[in-house]
Design a protein. Structure first.
Lengths: 116, 106
């Protein structure tokens, strides 16, 4: 079945770079899009960006200058890198797979705290 | 980016009918989706492509709309429907979420 699992550091220092990995199973990265969505504590959902099945990417305009999404199809992994982290980047980060063009399958999420 | 505007909060009594609106800053055709998120839980998909009920979601939930104006209806509302409801559009790139409507059941 379709599964996604996020991994990465739970704590990142301000101004540093966040690196997260989404490991998927049950589908091919060359057939489906994988997205990243985040949610600060007590706040709403924010769609961050997408790795398309063909390798193209698209990003939330507010994050575009700091965000990069890449993949390794041989390892079934999608990567998120975001630099210049600040405290308001604290939150739960999810990777998702689309169906019907929306975020249909969700990983369990990983909590990231930005703090010194 | 396409901005989706939702009312911040609503309060209704059990058994009533509630409509939650989502207005897009530009047309999104029918590529609008609705999520429910209960405290401490992940979002769950209720409605996809404006009006399609996700498998396993009670028929009390329905969606409608096209272009820029969309509605999620719950009829009748139950106590368990206390949650925040988000709309999301996938017609324009990048995808965007609304800011959410917090539904309180009196």
């Amino acid at each position: 079945q379709v599964q996604l699992k996020e991994s990465g550091p739970g704590l990142v220092q301000p101004s540093q770079t966040l690196s997260l990995t989404c490991t998927v199973s049950g589908f091919s990265l060359t057939s489906y899009n994988v997205h990243w969505v985040r949610q600060p504590p007590g706040k709403g959902l924010e769609w961050m960006g997408r790795m398309r099945y063909n390798g193209d990417t698209s990003y939330n305009s507010a994050l575009k200058s700091r965000l990069s999404i890449s993949r390794d199809t041989s390892k079934n992994q999608v990567f998120l890198k975001m630099n210049s982290l600040q405290t308001d980047d604290t939150g739960t980060y999810y990777c998702t797979r689309d169906r019907y063009t929306t975020d249909y399958y969700w990983g369990q999420g990983v909590m990231v705290t930005v703090s010194s | 980016d396409t901005v989706l505007t939702q009312s911040p909060a609503l309060a209704v009594s059990p058994g009533e009918r509630v409509t939650i609106s989502c207005r897009a800053s530009e047309s999104v055709s029918t590529l609008m989706h609705w999520y429910q998120q209960k405290p401490g839980q992940q979002p769950t998909l209720l409605i996809y492509l404006a009006s399609n009920l996700e498998s396993g979601v009670p028929a009390r939930f329905s969606g409608s709309g096209s272009g820029t104006d969309f509605t999620l209806t719950i009829d009748p509302v139950e106590a368990d429907d206390t949650a925040t409801y988000y709309c999301q559009q996938s017609w324009n790139d990048p995808l965007t979420f609304g800011s959410g409507t917090k539904l309180e059941i009196k």
